[in-house]
Design a protein around this ligand. Structure first.
Ligand code: IPE
Ligand code: IPE
Ligand code: MG
Length: 234
């Protein structure tokens, strides 16, 4: 079982368009799909689930869609956090929170504080997140702490990244047919197994998750070694 699953939840707009519905209807359906995937991950013993909800580039969308997405995010924070907490789920948000309204920032802070000691599943939402932003903010933190250049290495840099306390993702899933990273967790995905599916995010259910996990299980994670080396150590 993968310990950490990272998902780009893509295809909400196309799901709605196919039904002649406004794009926001697809985003609403996407929240429902996410609820199911969180539950399924908790049931399967996955310890970390990280989802891309809003990229630093998504501000480029029409103002109306951005506004509706922010409202949806706020509603979800208001309505879902208590349930997450009841289920022993720790909730976190990574990204540049200064881009959000004061109300959303407060809801995020409260939700993180409420759920901080939960251990069943750590559920992280990447919002106004970009993988490049994450590396840059990590470098800034290192420089501000006065670390000499000689002490900068992969470990000390990784310690400053937003996901520093989580294991790197084992399995990356992108729905919606596109095969790209779109500036998600760039550093952390270096050795992650990638899985792409044409399923649109609102249609992605527990069975679809199991198909992704089944694919993951067929992979041989060599981390630079040879197959023979892996077999002789196991
Ligand atoms: C993903 O679905 C959700 C967000 C990026 C917020 P999209 O809105 O990108 O859906 P498509 O790609 O247009 O179908
Ligand atoms: C970005 O999705 C990642 C999220 C799901 C938030 P997009 O659908 O905006 O990605 P691109 O820009 O088409 O690659
Ligand atoms: Mg998209």
């Amino acid at each position: 079982m993968p310990r950490h699953i990272a998902i780009i939840m893509d295809g909400n707009g196309r799901w709605a368009k196919r039904r002649l519905m406004p794009r926001v209807a697809g985003h609403r359906k996407g929240v429902e799909a996410l609820r199911g995937v969180i539950r399924a991950c908790a049931e399967r013993g996955v310890s970390h689930l990280t989802v891309f909800a809003f990229s630093s580039e998504n501000w480029r969308r029409p103002q109306e869609e951005v506004t509706l997405l922010m409202e949806l995010f706020m509603r979800a924070l208001e309505n879902e956090v208590a349930k997450l907490h009841e289920n022993g789920i720790r909730f976190r948000v990574i990204g540049d929170l200064s881009g959000f309204s004061g109300r959303i920032q407060a809801l995020i802070r409260d939700a993180e504080a409420l759920t901080r000691n939960n251990t069943r599943l750590t559920f992280t939402v990447a919002a106004n997140y970009g993988g490049r932003w994450d590396v840059v903010q990590a470098v800034k933190k290192l420089m501000l702490s006065g670390v000499p250049a000689g002490a900068v290495n992969e470990t000390t840099l990784a310690e400053q990244l937003s996901m520093a306390d989580a294991p790197e993702p084992d399995l990356f899933i992108r729905t919606g047919g596109e095969q790209r990273i779109s500036n998600f967790l760039m550093w952390q995905l270096a050795y992650t197994e990638l899985y792409f599916t044409d399923a649109l995010w609102p249609d992605f259910d527990a069975a679809a998750l199991d198909a992704a996990i089944a694919s993951y299980r067929t992979r041989e994670r060599r981390f630079g070694r040879t197959s023979e080396q892996l077999r002789s150590t196991s």
